[in-house]
Design a protein around this ligand. Structure first.
Ligand code: ADP
Ligand code: MG
Length: 713
């Protein structure tokens, strides 16, 4: 149970003064559901408002705080023009401009009979000074409300910097004095302040590069990394201690599968199968990660492992992150399993999927040996007679919590996790510190290189003409629309516009148009086309329908708002078009591109960019042209951009840290890894005084699942 001392931090964020039910959802979207999430929402920069020059001697293009008298108000002659206010000091004058703001409101804010203090960006414009929409406008007696140094926070539509800063301050006030969990010698050596001092300092003075501030930042990063490494170590120990079973088979089913496969396994697949097989046969519990680039053929490796479990008289389950994937895997595995004469069941969420109860009964009495499903597989109500192996595909989509739930469905269940994330070698330790790793380094034979090109958005017409030709020849295409974080609505709007445009320009065919967003939700009535849109707001049935139609070849062009479901396998799709490619991380582009090049046709990937691009951005995109090696791309991405970019996105598959930056804090990561080992070697259940403090650290970073594994409270 979470200790009482942390309760204020895990209260709902709406409990903070000034947040409430209206702003709540915005804050949740911005940083998370709890008060503590506000603390972890660190500023990315600092505005210095201390600069208050006389106008005549002011610097151009710099934030300034000015005390002005107001000479006159000039309302706009046309609505498209700005409202102008002329202010002056002893040396010069400045035009303050506002678009779309009511005059009477401005009249009150800028009285002509007394001075005002304004703070904002001061610019040279048409030979004079201009300040557009100042950030602060106050009477002189309230000038102290203007922060001299103002932290800049990442924002989301509907929240202003001022609001967020206030809320952070309110959240900081809730931070209790927590016992110190770090070794005093470490704190002394690194000159790290205590948690409260560190947090206050990074929020109030984020960019100062004096040694002191740097220490605050590093301490917080270390807190997070240590919590993470400690939790991983605890879970690993738990898995090992639970004792495994030897799952050795006679190889009969595996042999049948091998002989009936329509292709030859790659050498990499054979090695991985052998490594997994040896792990399973050994009496200890398996905890292995299978790492292989998109399209490297991980599923079939998993199937071999699952058959070994069946040979050993046990059941095996494959858990995937989405329903679409579950259905796809289910169909595919059943196809592979015809020769050995086995069947795979499918379990989706409650009330989903036909014959659910029959499947559940068969799992419980052991007549069904193999099953594919979403996380629903590991919820209550699903019982296995004798689960021996659990496989998790796209493992980064599942948390530690789910891993544990899953393991609890049997005793000493072997675990195989799979990921397409090409983790740079330097980071393997953190990401999967608790697992053994198998790697698929080669692509299946017959894989055709993907022709990747960079194309300026101005050539959109040519791109569409080319696409028309390819579709006429029977190809299918993905069209990925830009990902703008500001607003989901505008993303969707952009994708809808694109889908409409494409369906106008491409030949029609007699299919219903699904997934389009229409005002009022009325079903579209106009001529039907070959283009469909799939997006995150669609319900899962509609999504399934579109995906199934695309897989069946009925839909030719699939326009997607964000990322197309990881792992989707449509071999006939041979064209991938990504709009605003410059906004994606390389690793993400690589994952997207991996959706094509799966069939026998030659595949193309067009990276459309909005020019002009900086040389650095162009170099980054060129990297995509040079290689299809996910590892090289990941390492290049890390080198060119720093891990923020690579690690910041969900799709990257690496653990997400709020405070630590894996590139900048690599040394801390190694330290945390060793520290965690040492801590557990001395005090394996964290019962000492320091151990108790470390438990608080674990709860603070929401590693509750790990704390529950300690033998005593
Ligand atoms: P991923 O590793 O991305 O999950 P999949 O397991 O979906 O990849 O495999 C991608 C495609 O390659 C599938 O259609 C699969 O049947 C096929 N495949 C797997 N192994 C081989 C092989 N050795 N030779 C040819 N095709 C293969
Ligand atoms: Mg896969």
């Amino acid at each position: 149970m979470r200790p009482d001392i942390l309760f204020p931090l895990f209260a709902d964020i709406t409990s903070l003064k000034g947040v409430g039910p209206r702003m709540g959802p915005l804050y949740k979207r911005l940083c998370g559901p709890h008060v503590v999430d506000m603390l972890w929402h660190l500023p990315t920069g600092l505005i210095d408002r201390r600069y208050s020059p006389q106008l005549k001697y002011a610097d151009n293009d710099r934030v300034a705080t000015l005390t002005l008298k107001i000479a006159e108000h000039a309302p706009p002659r046309r609505p498209s023009l700005p409202y102008r206010i002329i202010g002056y000091d002893d040396t010069d004058q400045v035009t303050i401009t506002y678009f779309n703001v009511k005059g009477d409101y401005l009249g009150k804010m800028y009285p002509t009979d007394r001075p005002v203090v304004v703070s904002g960006l001061l610019e040279r414009y048409q030979g004079g000074w201009r300040m557009s929409h100042p950030d602060y406008v106050l009477p002189p007696e309230r000038a102290a409300e203007i922060p001299p140094l103002e932290p800049i926070y990442p924002l989301t539509a509907g929240l202003t910097g001022k609001f967020v800063r206030k809320t952070v301050q309110t959240a900081l006030a809730k931070l209790p004095d927590l016992p110190e969990w770090h070794d005093p010698h470490l704190l002394h050596r690194e000159k790290w302040p205590d948690l409260k001092t560190a947090l206050t300092s990074v929020h109030e003075n984020p960019l100062s590069d004096t040694g002191e501030e740097n220490a605050a930042r590093r301490r917080l990063a270390y807190d997070e990394l240590l919590a993470d490494q400690l939790a991983l170590a605890v879970i690993r120990r738990h898995h090992r201690a639970a004792g495994g079973h030897s799952l050795a088979g006679d190889g009969a089913l595996q042999k049948q599968l091998d002989e009936s496969l329509p292709f030859a396994l790659t050498p990499g697949q054979r090695v991985a199968i052998a490594e997994i097989s040896a792990d399973m046969a050994a009496p200890k519990r398996m905890l292995r990660l299978l790492q292989g680039d998109v399209g490297s053929g991980k599923t079939i490796v998993a199937l071999f492992a699952m058959l070994q479990a069946v040979e050993a008289g046990k059941q095996a389950a494959l858990m995937v992150p989405t329903e679409i994937l579950a259905k796809q895997h289910h169909a595919k595995l059943n196809q592979f399993l015809k020769p050995p004469g086995l069947e795979v069941g499918l379990v989706l969420g409650k009330s989903r999927g036909a014959g659910r109860q029959t499947t559940l009964d068969a799992l419980a009495d052991g007549t069904l040996k193999l099953v594919v499903g979403t996380h629903a597989l590991f919820q209550e109500g699903v019982q296995f007679q004798n689960l021996g192996l659990a496989v998790m595909d796209e493992q980064h989509r599942f948390g530690v919590q789910q891993r544990l739930q899953l393991a609890d469905k049997g005793s000493g269940v072997d675990i195989l996790a799979m990921t397409a994330t090409p983790i740079p070698r330097t980071l393997t330790l953190t990401a999967y510190g608790d697992m053994d790793v198998s790697r698929l380094a080669d692509k299946p034979a017959g894989h055709q290189p993907i022709d990747t090109r960079l194309i300026d958005m101005v050539r959109l017409d040519e791109v569409i003409e080319g696409l028309k030709r390819q579709i006429a020849q029977g190809a299918q295409a993905y069209w990925v629309c830009p990902l703008v974080e500001e607003s989901e609505d505008s993303d969707l709007a952009a994708a809808t516009v694109r889908a409409d445009m494409l369906s106008e320009r491409l030949p029609k065919n007699p299919l219903p148009l699904v997934g389009r967003v229409r005002e009022g939700g009325a079903p579209p009535t106009e001529a039907v086309t070959t283009v469909s849109l799939v997006h995150g707001r669609m319900n899962s049935d509609d999504k399934d329908r579109v995906m199934a139609a695309f897989a069946a070849g009925d839909i030719k062009i699939l326009v997607a708002t964000t990322v197309i479901e990881v792992g989707v396998d449509v071999p006939n799709a041979s064209v991938m078009i990504i709009e605003h490619a410059e906004r994606f991380g390389l690793a993400q582009l690589h994952q997207l591109r991996g959706r094509v090049g799966r069939g026998s046709a030659k595949s193309t990937c067009l990276l459309l960019y909005q020019g002009p691009l900086s040389i650095a951005s162009k170099d980054r995109l060129k990297m995509m042209r040079e290689t299809e090696d996910g590892f090289r791309i990941a390492e290049e991405d890390l080198r060119l951009r720093g891990p923020g970019e690579l690690l910041g996105t969900r799709q990257s598959g690496l653990p997400e840290f709020r405070l630590a930056d894996l590139l900048r804090h690599q040394d801390l990561l190694a330290m945390a890894h060793d520290d965690a080992q040492l801590i557990l070697a001395r005090d394996e259940d964290l019962t000492s005084e320091r151990g108790q403090a470390l438990r608080i650290l674990l709860y603070l970073f929401e590693k509750d699942a790990a704390v529950r594994l300690f033998r005593s409270g």
